[in-house]
Design a protein around this ligand. Structure first.
Ligand code: A2P
Length: 280
């Protein structure tokens, strides 16, 4: 499996990221990050709203691995949208992480029609701040998260710098075909948050049976399946043996027949969050 994805701005991003949504702040987050880096992860994904950036930063520092070897992502929270607020929120994130640049900064969720009459303009203004930070070199790559086609299309009309990434929920039973297709047409790399469906994939009989054939866990099967779709998985765990397991996906390849079987699965669980219906 390839070790990096090449983004539309030429930057290379390690092909599995370490997810930290729902990782408790403090000792748990510090130790999870250190375990992950020791296990070989070089890509860490956090967000201001996870409220663990300080601990993630601490874990990165304590890992002893050179900053340049790591790819660190964070995300702008919804209350901070707009040009000025985005600039400020970014500085806080950078401070909390104790870093002097970010590899990737994402708009966490789009402003949506249900909440704001001028939602397109809000997203455009937020994006203008992202472009400014990008041009200053404070962020190496900028992107979005949870943007469905109806949110991405207007942004692409006003953006001077095209997003390099769209991070969306993606796992068996939830492939978000329209959004993935639009990203493909625009050379936007898709990242998969909750590639294990927040753990809901793990007890599925079909996946258990397929995983058994390859002598891997359902988690490994899901992560490999995501990668074989050229989507970048961000599995989350705080459990050392799972953290290690989730990066060991090179010793097997899912056959096209099994890929098809998984592709055809109907929705059977996930976060339940719909970017176009949220009230936060
Ligand atoms: P934990 O963090 O307690 O180890 P997702 O990445 O789809 O959001 O899924 C995260 C959930 O899946 C967490 O509850 C995590 O538990 C669990 N998980 C992560 N990796 C594995 C694994 N290899 N085996 C079983 N459960 C896992």
């Amino acid at each position: 499996m390839k070790k990096y994805f090449k983004l539309n701005n030429g930057i290379e991003i390690p092909s599995i990221g370490f997810g930290t949504w729902q990782t408790p702040d403090g000792a748990t987050a510090i130790s999870a990050v250190k375990t992950a880096i020791k296990a070989g992860y070089r890509h860490i994904d956090t967000a201001a709203i996870y409220k663990n950036e300080k601990s993630i930063g601490e874990g990165i520092k304590e890992s002893g691995v050179d900053r340049k070897e790591l790819f660190v992502t964070s995300k702008l929270w919804n209350s901070e949208r707009g040009y000025e607020k985005t600039l400020k929120a970014f500085e806080k994130t950078l401070n909390d992480l104790q870093l002097d640049y970010l590899d990737l900064y994402l708009i966490h969720w789009p402003a949506i029609e249900k909440q704001f009459k001028d939602w397109k303009n809000i997203n455009a203004e937020t994006w203008r701040a992202m472009e400014e930070l990008y041009s200053q070199g404070k962020i190496k790559t900028i992107g979005v998260s949870n943007f469905l086609t109806k949110h991405l299309e207007p942004l692409l009309e006003t953006a001077k710098v095209k997003p390099a990434i769209n991070q969306i929920e993606y796992h068996p039973g939830f492939m978000q075909h329209d959004t993935v297709a639009l990203c493909g047409e625009n050379n936007i790399t898709v990242e998969a948050w909750s590639p294990l469906g927040t753990g809901k994939m793990l007890n599925n009989e079909t996946l258990i049976a397929i995983a058994k054939n390859y002598n891997v866990s359902v988690a490994q099967l899901c992560i490999r399946w995501v990668l074989q779709h050229d989507v970048l998985p961000l599995p989350k765990s705080v459990t050392p043996h799972r953290i290690k397991e989730n990066i060991q996906i090179d010793d097997f390849e899912i056959s096209s027949e099994d890929m098809q079987t998984i592709n055809k699965m109907e929705y059977f669980g996930g976060s339940g969050l719909n970017p176009d219906k949220l009230a936060f």
